[in-house]
Design a protein around this ligand. Structure first.
Ligand SMILES: [Zn+2]
Length: 54
C-alpha cells in the first residue's frame, strides 16, 4: 500500500500514513500528534501549494 504524507495545519508537524486509496477516500485523516483534522496531504514528489481549507 502506498504511503501518504500529511502536514498538520494545527501543530505544524508532518506525518505519514499507509493506507489504500479507498481508505483515503472514506477516512478523514487526523493528526497523530494533536488529533487535529486540519491536515494537508503532501503529494509525493512535489508539494501541493494550493491546499484548500475544508
Ligand atoms: Zn497536529
Amino acid at each position: 500500500m502506498p504511503t501518504y504524507d500529511f502536514a498538520c495545519r494545527s501543530c505544524g508537524k508532518e506525518f505519514s500514513q499507509v493506507m489504500s486509496i479507498s481508505q483515503r477516500d472514506k477516512k478523514k485523516t487526523a493528526c497523530p500528534h494533536c488529533k487535529g483534522r486540519k491536515v494537508t496531504q503532501l503529494m509525493s514528489g512535489f508539494m501541493a501549494k494550493t491546499s484548500r481549507k475544508s
